[in-house]
Design a protein around this ligand. Structure first.
Ligand SMILES: Nc1ncnc2c1ncn2[C@@H]1O[C@H](COP(=O)(O)OP(=O)(O)O)[C@@H](O)[C@H]1O
Ligand SMILES: [Mg+2]
Length: 249
């Protein structure tokens, strides 16, 4: 495989005496979906918060396109095009779809983005993801379904021209049809060249959408697998700790 856009080498994180990340190696590649799986408490969110710059790692190295970088603040992550879509989505119900996609953008405050331009870019982002389930960009987000809300949150990363998009359990609250829609979006995002990292508990989703699967077990990365080289039984074994250590060839 070509050079990863993100590479973590032996990253560590402790909270007091508790070592939550015990020297983690991890990679994400442009154009690929990497699933990050592991039981509750394995360290998935902690790993992601380090990449987002909200809770920096204590040790180890982060390489971006092969160069060491410091992710000490969310703006460090943003500068590198790393965007996280958190489970709560952080959308404002009282604002419409376009406003949500540009929420917090400096261009709005400085007047560099007018409503017309924002609407055009929002439409382009949704089109790039093949979204046909949103009838009006001027709907308030409060009126949207769970799947549509997830769509808006993902499209927001697209308008920011994110190169790495990390999704924390994007289908956890969705029914079958909406899950299918969101997984299609995830695939589309990767096909557009983005490196996608998806945290999921649902192995059916993982096997449907992921190219690579990384398994965290009690703060250690116990397996890094290609989807075509593994199966759900294997992955369950790594998640529960009955199997251990398999590196990607
Ligand atoms: N801010 C924190 N302070 C103390 N312990 C924490 C903190 N954040 C996470 N932990 C602990 O780190 C471990 C991993 O948590 P987390 O990364 O949330 O796991 P996951 O997302 O895989 O469920 C858990 O044992 C959790 O209790
Ligand atoms: Mg978590």
């Amino acid at each position: 495989m070509n050079q990863p856009i993100i590479e973590l080498k032996s990253v560590t994180k402790s909270f007091g005496p508790v070592n939550v990340l015990k020297g983690i190696d991890f990679t994400a590649h442009e154009g690929r979906v990497t699933a990050l799986v592991g039981d509750n408490g394995a360290g998935k969110s902690t790993l992601i918060k380090g990449l987002a710059g909200v809770q920096p790692y204590d040790g180890g190295e982060v390489l971006f396109e092969g160069e060491p970088v410091h992710l000490h603040h969310p703006r460090d992550a943003s500068r590198h095009g790393i965007e996280v879509v958190y489970q709560d989505l952080a959308l404002c119900d009282n604002l419409d779809i376009v406003q949500n996609m540009f929420l917090g953008r400096e261009e709005m405050a400085t007047g560099a983005f007018d409503e017309g331009r924002m609407e055009v870019e929002a439409a382009a982002a949704l089109q790039s993801l093949n979204v046909r389930t949103v009838s009006s960009l001027r709907q308030k987000v409060a009126s949207l379904s769970g799947g549509q809300r997830q769509t808006v949150a993902i499209a927001r990363a697209v308008v920011k021209q994110a190169r790495v998009v990390i999704l924390d359990e994007p289908t956890a609250a969705l029914g079958v049809a909406q899950t299918e829609q969101v997984l299609n979006l995830v695939r589309r995002l990767a096909d557009n060249g983005v490196a996608v990292v998806i945290i999921s508990h649902n192995l059916q989703d993982v096997f449907q959408v992921a190219d690579d699967i990384s398994v965290l077990y009690l703060g250690s990365m116990t397996a890094r697998l290609r989807r075509e080289d593994t199966n759900a039984d294997d992955v369950v074994g790594y998640i529960t700790g009955t199997k251990s250590m398999e590196a990607m060839a």
